[in-house]
Design a protein around this ligand. Structure first.
Ligand code: XUL
Ligand code: MN
Length: 346
């Protein structure tokens, strides 16, 4: 039997968020990068994930040479703290050039911008010592179905992925699907879509996926099934655990906060497929509740990690023999109760 996985944890600077939402201003003061780095270490996280402009702030105002210089400096800073850069993701939803999407924009100049910025992200990742590029395809979709062609958009997405694969022969592209928000409909809404589009690219082996629990739930799916499916292809290269209370806006709640059983089943899926054995990190893409006081700023991260580790224990101590006997007897009624009793504990 394989040795139990020692999970390693990751978080992004955006997860120390200040409580602003579309209806109101921030509720906590912004923290510096150094503060976040120290906090992450204190909480026992070993890696940080970055958007291109988390790694190099105000990236749009800097020359290519300056961007690489700052990426190098960041790498030194991270090395000094013993923190790994897990991935870099191009932020293709903020700039005026990406108002109509990046790779699938109807404007050719804007598509060019998106591809160039993605290539620069790959260059930053190389400086930071990671080959993992995460693509959350935020605005690659429509507000209005008739405004873009789905067929043409699929072609354009493949062109963009190919351009990135060609730019660097080592880079691995990790698609993070989400079915909606900010768009009405996104073009890569599920893991199935991500893995299918990989097959149309020039190097399918280097196109994989990142599952975010909340995004699967927003697609009406069980994230545990998404994990099993991606891992059957050997293509789950990163993970954003969090929680989501039904089909609403993307909530990024602490892991297990809305549905402990759904969280438990995600952990079981990770365990049975050996997630983490090839060095993959468990990242928590969680945010503090808006009402969170400054002195409780880090609780959502610490609590997500605690819950995850408790659920690992629950997955490892699950009474498998008893469950197997109930399954053989088609006694799903008692199987259901067995799961509940196990989660509730004595
Ligand atoms: C958006 C989301 C992003 C990605 C990285 O819903 O999850 O933060 O994880 O771009
Ligand atoms: Mn995410």
């Amino acid at each position: 039997m394989a040795k139990p996985t020692q999970y390693r944890f990751c978080v992004g600077p955006w997860n120390f968020s200040e409580g602003g939402d579309p209806y109101g201003p921030t509720t906590r003061p912004a923290k510096t990068f150094d503060w976040k780095l120290a906090a992450l270490k204190e909480l026992g996280f070993e890696a940080m994930m970055f958007h291109d402009d988390d790694a190099v702030p105000e990236i749009g105002t800097k020359s290519a040479a300056q961007v690489l210089k700052e990426a190098k400096e960041l790498k030194k800073r991270l090395d000094g703290e013993g923190i790994v850069a897990e991935m870099v993701a191009p932020r293709l939803w903020f700039a005026p050039e990406t108002i109509d999407g990046g790779y699938t924009s109807n404007d050719k100049k804007q598509r060019r911008y998106a591809i160039d910025r993605s290539k620069q992200t790959i260059d930053i990742a190389r400086e930071l010592g990671t080959d993992l590029i995460v693509l959350w395809l935020a605005r690659e979709g429509t507000y209005l179905r008739e405004s873009k062609s789905g067929a043409r958009s699929t072609e354009l997405l493949v062109e963009a992925l190919d351009a990135m694969l060609k730019h660097d022969k080592q880079a691995r592209l990790c698609i993070e699907p989400k079915p909606n928000e900010p768009m009405d409909h996104a073009y890569i809404p599920t893991i199935g879509h991500a893995l299918a589009i990989a097959q149309l690219t020039r190097d399918p082996k280097r196109v994989g996926a990142l599952i975010e629990s909340a995004h699967s739930i927003l697609a009406g799916l069980d994230p545990a099934d998404e994990i099993d499916f991606a891992m059957s292809f050997g293509k789950l290269w990163s993970l954003h655990l969090n929680d989501q209370n039904g089909l609403k806006f993307d909530q990024d709640k602490p892991f297990g906060s809305a549905n402990l059983r759904v969280a438990f089943n995600q952990v079981r899926a990770l365990e049975r497929n050996g997630y983490g054995r090839k060095g993959e990190y468990v990242a928590f893409d969680v945010h503090p509740f808006r009402t969170t006081r400054e002195e409780h700023f880090l609780k959502h991260l610490d609590n997500s990690k605690k819950t995850f580790l408790r659920l690992v224990e629950k997955a490892r101590s699950f009474p498998t023999k008893e469950a197997d006997a109930l399954i053989a007897d088609r006694n799903y009624q008692d199987l259901d109760q067995l799961v509940l009793e196990h989660l509730m504990g004595k």
